[in-house]
Design a binder for this molecule. Structure first.
Ligand SMILES: CC(C)(COP(=O)(O)OP(=O)(O)OC[C@H]1O[C@@H](n2cnc3c(N)ncnc32)[C@H](O)[C@@H]1OP(=O)(O)O)[C@@H](O)C(=O)NCCC(=O)NCCS
Length: 249
């Protein structure tokens, strides 16, 4: 229990430059209090004490301004910074070491009961202030969501997604990426998985340039072969003329 408290508090100090002491974190961080109360309400929820679980989470919302449904699964060292206006839906799953800022919604778009309606955050995900992540998809490990983004589809691990609807502006290459993809990544700063329109336009221009380069190379090869053929036939014609002249003599 005490090691859980120490590591949670220390992880907050590591992530918040404004945190000056452990006492300050323990007494003045509503995100920490909301998660502590959520641990109890989640336990009640799993023990099938649904109303007490909901009521406790409602009290926490009044005190902390953070609404976490008791059904949500929250990992270790999750840090809700400032926290006011955060809403975390029933079927959300939040991995270890995630950071969530004020005004974030982990919400659903479907009205069906009993299905996964809310997102799953992998480990170490950062969801910036005001971002909305809507739907039952996954945000990959260590991905970053920009402030006020509206995320409507999966974000791969290590990627940065920004805007409305969110687009990926920075994506780490997967380990299985081909050498050509890696070369293009380092040479042009273009990531094959990014869906930023400017990146995509530059990527298609690069692809077109490579295609044209290959066509020019094959045309040059053909011209060279034809020239050699012509040179061969000229040599033959000269030899025949010499032979004819020799026979006439
Ligand atoms: C989201 C975040 C983690 C992304 O970090 P990152 O992966 O290092 O990415 P960058 O900050 O370099 O931004 C990458 C690109 O997205 C753009 N971008 C970043 N946030 C954006 C946003 N909210 N909306 C639109 N574009 C954004 C940047 O301008 C940059 O564009 P460029 O490559 O054309 O210059 C970072 O912006 C952040 O710290 N967010 C937390 C902010 C927050 O909520 N603070 C509250 C404290 S109280």
């Amino acid at each position: 229990m005490s090691s859980y408290l120490f590591e949670t508090v220390d992880s907050i100090i590591a992530r918040d430059p404004a945190a000056r002491s452990r006492l300050e974190v323990i007494t003045c961080y509503p995100g920490l209090h909301a998660i502590w109360i959520h641990r109890v309400s989640h336990w009640l929820w799993n023990a099938n004490l649904k109303w007490p679980a909901r009521f406790l989470s409602h009290l926490s919302r009044i005190i902390n301004g953070i609404e976490i449904h008791p059904g949500a699964k929250i990992g270790k060292r999750v840090f809700i910074d400032h926290g006011l206006g955060v809403v975390i839906g029933e079927t959300s799953v939040i991995g270890n070491d995630c950071t969530i800022y004020q005004g974030v919604t982990l919400g659903g778009t479907s009205l069906y009961k009993g299905v996964k309606r809310h997102p799953t955050l992998g480990q170490g995900v950062v969801v910036s202030a005001g971002a909305k992540v809507l739907g039952g998809f996954t945000i990959g490990d260590f991905a970053r969501i920009g402030s006020n983004a509206v995320v409507l589809k999966e974000v791969p691990a290590n990627a940065t997604a920004v805007g409305i609807p969110a687009r990926i502006v920075r994506a780490e290459l997967p380990s299985h990426a081909t050498d050509a993809a890696k070369e293009r990544f380092s040479a042009y700063g273009i990531t094959p998985e990014a869906d930023d329109p400017v990146s995509l336009a530059i990527k298609s221009l690069i692809d077109l340039t490579l295609e044209l380069e290959n066509k020019v190379k094959s045309l040059e090869q053909q011209v060279r072969t034809n020239t050699e053929d012509c040179a061969d036939s000229t040599d033959h014609a000269r030899e025949i003329t010499q032979l004819k002249n020799w026979l006439k003599d």
